[in-house]
Ligand binder design. Structure first.
Ligand code: NIG
Ligand code: FE
Length: 420
């Protein structure tokens, strides 16, 4: 068992607590960071004991013999909650990348045998150990960039045995990683070549042979589908989500990325945890999202890497009152970045979010998207001690100095997990 002691983070130029009522942040509340100057955080075991001005915490820190961490010149904030990643894949897809740079589109490359199916071929040839090893390397990088919790999807198996293999990889990673990994079954990611022209048959196979196992053995917590042009229809996704829900898996959805299909409305109808991408949402979708508790997760890393000019309508979503979250979408095809600080820069420069809105979307609203806001996403007594010390004295400098890793220290559940 890990033994925790007490840590005392002292004298942060700005402590971003993100404290607030226990509800997701919408509209104006998204820019409230709950900043404490000369801030201090006192941890005990895996949790946060006290948060406040440093002088007010000194006596208790002495009593606990807490180990002090000098945070002068730094911003202390909650660890990033990256609520959308495809962490487990084999090798990369640099070949697809180069084809795109020569003018082919993502969908053309996928139709010609690249894309998700190419990653699936590589996964088929890879051993569990090699998949675990590659993912562990990435996890060290996630921690080094300030992420303390991340969702992890399957999706490069595209057959029952291979998807189970990916679930096993995730199970092993959850046991060994110091970060918190939240597993999602994304079996309906692309139609396997063997099922060409027969999507219903693939959907049936997943529903009969995979979802019940994932549910019974608790190998996944969420169920996701790629509901889009060239992927799966709303009808097929509805069946998958329904089957998942029956097995205790919580729905979430890749929605309205490449085309408008009605995926967003499906997510709202299922009271999904989140609807992700949302590049092509309609005004009616935005109204429906805003009245719901479905988190609108924006993934600008994908737009950036695909070289798109258009980005999802973040401002309209925020002003309408939707719960906006930001995530990396870390994957080998469209968003090979695991750096949430870079996502903050994109959120500001491309989505026109303010630095404050971007930080709340990447922490507390990410925790809502993963249904973990009761213990993650903000720095408040009683919550888990997941925090990062950033080497800047004003939080706005995190997105402003673009492409730089500002993270000095990452703490997960009261333990230092990265000290880049
Ligand atoms: O979120 N949209 C579907 N899935 C990924 C891309 C996966 C891939 O190309 O490997 C995404 O962008
Ligand atoms: Fe994705």
């Amino acid at each position: 068992m890990t033994r925790y002691s007490s840590l005392f983070f002292r004298n942060a130029d700005q402590l971003l607590t993100l404290a607030g009522p226990p509800v997701p942040r919408r509209g104006k509340a998204l820019s409230q960071l709950g900043i404490i100057p000369q801030g201090g955080v006192l941890t005990q075991g895996a949790g946060i004991l006290r948060v406040g001005r440093t002088p007010a915490l000194e006596a208790e820190a002495r009593r606990l013999k807490a180990e002090a961490v000098d945070c002068r010149g730094s911003v202390v904030m909650p660890g990033f909650v990256d609520s959308h990643t495809h962490l487990v894949f084999a090798g990369s897809r640099v070949g697809d990348y180069e084809k795109r740079l020569q003018g082919k589109t993502y969908e053309e490359i996928a139709r010609a045998g690249g894309g998700i199916r190419l990653s699936a071929q590589r996964v088929r040839q890879a051993s569990i150990n090699s998949l675990v090893r590659q993912a562990e390397g990435f996890l060290r990088q996630f921690a080094a960039h300030g992420t303390t919790t991340l969702e992890v999807k399957t999706g490069y198996g595209l057959e029952v045995a291979q998807e189970l293999k990916l679930l096993e990889v995730i199970r092993r990673l959850r046991k060994t990683s110091e970060l918190e990994l939240v597993p999602t079954l994304l079996a309906a990611h692309a139609l396997p070549a063997e099922y060409a022209g027969r999507p219903a048959a693939y959907i049936e196979t997943i529903i009969r042979e995979l979802i019940p196992v994932a549910g019974r053995k608790k190998l996944a917590e969420f169920i996701d589908c790629f509901c889009d042009r060239g992927a799966f229809s709303v009808e097929h996704c509805r069946r998958v989500l329904r089957a998942g829900k029956q097995q205790g898996l919580i729905p979430r959805l890749h929605a309205e990325q490449l085309a408008h299909t009605g995926a967003c409305r499906l997510a709202v109808a299922f009271e999904a945890a989140s609807a992700d991408h949302l590049d092509n949402v309609s005004a009616a979708d935005i109204r429906a999202l805003s009245r719901s508790d479905v988190v609108a997760t924006l993934l600008p890393g994908a737009n950036f890497h695909l070289g798109l000019k258009a980005y999802p309508p973040a401002r309209t979503l925020i002003e309408a009152g939707s719960i906006v979250a930001l995530a990396t979408d870390f994957n080998p095809g469209t968003s090979p970045t695991l750096n949430m600080q870079f996502i903050l820069s994109l959120a500001c420069s491309a989505l026109r979010m303010t630095p404050a809105e971007a930080i709340a979307a990447a922490t507390v609203n990410g925790a809502w998207a993963l249904r973990r806001a009761a213990h993650l996403g903000s720095l408040e007594p009683g919550k888990q001690a997941d925090l990062v010390v950033m080497d800047v004295s004003d939080y706005r400098e995190i997105p402003y100095y673009v492409g730089v890793n500002h993270c000095r220290l990452t703490v997960k559940a009261g333990a230092v997990v990265s000290c880049p």
